[in-house]
Design a protein around this ligand. Sequence first.
Ligand code: P53
Length: 488
Amino acid sequence: MMSFPQGFLWGGATAANQCEGAWDVDGRGPAESDVLTGGSVKSPRLVTYRMPDGTTGAVPKWQGVPEGARREVVDGYWYPNHDAIDFYHHYKEDIALFAEMGFKQYRMSISWSRIFPKGIEEEPNQAGLDFYRNVFLELKKYDIEPLVTMWHFDTPLYLDEELGGWKNRAILPYWDRYVRTILTEYKGLVKNWLTINEINNTIQFLGANKPASDEDFQRAYQHLHHQFLASAHAVKMAHEISDDYRVGCMICGVPHYPLTCDPADVLLTQRQMERCVFYCGDVQAKGKYPVYAQRLWDEHDVHVEMEPEDARVLAEGAVDFYTFSYYMTTCDTTHEVTETAGGNMSFGAKNPYLEYSDWGWALDAMGLRYYLEMVYDRYEKPLMVVENGLGAFDTVEEDGSIHDPYRIDYMRAHIEQMGKAIDEGVDLIGYTSWGCIDVISAGTGEMRKRYGFIYVDRDDEGNGTFARSKKDSFYWYKKVIESNGSDL
Ligand code: P53
């Protein structure tokens, strides 16, 4: 029998840049997510820019803009995050729907540039602070615990352009000011925080779209070192500011499997896990670089610049709990790859034992149990699954109903596997499915890649009323929460 503990934190997750919209409202400054166009599984999202001579252009996100270009919002492109699903003006209605499903926890993020529009201001933007205070007060009405991500793919564009973002250690004082501000401001309203969303994406996806040079690796590992410090600072400040605060890391949990039992494939897989997944979680959960880090750096002649005090800072900034997103698994091989997964953000060889989503993501519920047991053995810290779900096309019937048995099947299978991991002793304390209300896809910028229990009337051309409606999965998830995971 599945045994979710009393007080298990059932809920859903979103991110500011993918749901709020109101990108230039009430003093908010542009973020890096605001210069991204819409895309699809076949055509990548572009980042738009302006050259010194005034001409404009766009390149795939992973390619990097030309020398001398400044990323900017320019005419003639579609920026889906600008309006997103307009949560900024619908949060009361949306939170009421979350409460109707019985949410115990709602994972959301704060948009840094709503609080510090450029990132460099001395004083925060009051309207931005007020917005999140109102959201937290609304959640409190229904006893929904917020789980708040400090950074979810949305560095203020100004900081990114002027300083080079996370590549530059000089970002840290600005980060510290932002984090101290929100930790002070929301004391008493929030208990659980996450620092950097899917921190390992910087290294796990490096080289996936185009071959990476040693300089690319140098930049990626340096960027991560600064994010590790930022995360450690946040943990330390949180503990100083309130005894109620707990801070977690957030890892993109894509387990790697060897495609064959050739020992060379097994060794390759272990090394891929180290680079893509464990490297970040180890530093954040154990408070120090793992032994294999030196090998990873040496492979690309990387020299991470560190200050003498950094080791102490990392040690003092180990997280209280470990969280991760879980969507898929991937396969590694030293042999010739005959069939690839071929999706967006899903790479490697195709697993013949698994089905794939319409976006090429491997559907693998048992992989979630594998991952939970593996990371619990490794860290022995409380775990939360803070993203999981099926991005799918939904159809609205003539009577307005939305039948999504595929989503229910996906989630049922994953929740079953979580129950089994708990039965084996894993200290799993929460589950927030991704995009509990339909949001803009991070990978493709699409609206039609939907994850929600709640449907939002909005399409990829910007048509729609933003009206919310309940899918079949809404009623199903309500029942799951009501029965604490026993009625699936
Ligand atoms: P979308 C890649 C692989 C796995 C998860 O993704 C990823 C990514 C980056 O796109 O992102 C996380 O919207 C991320 C969310 C995102 C969600 O997964 O591409 O934390 O912001 O929306 C789902 O389908």
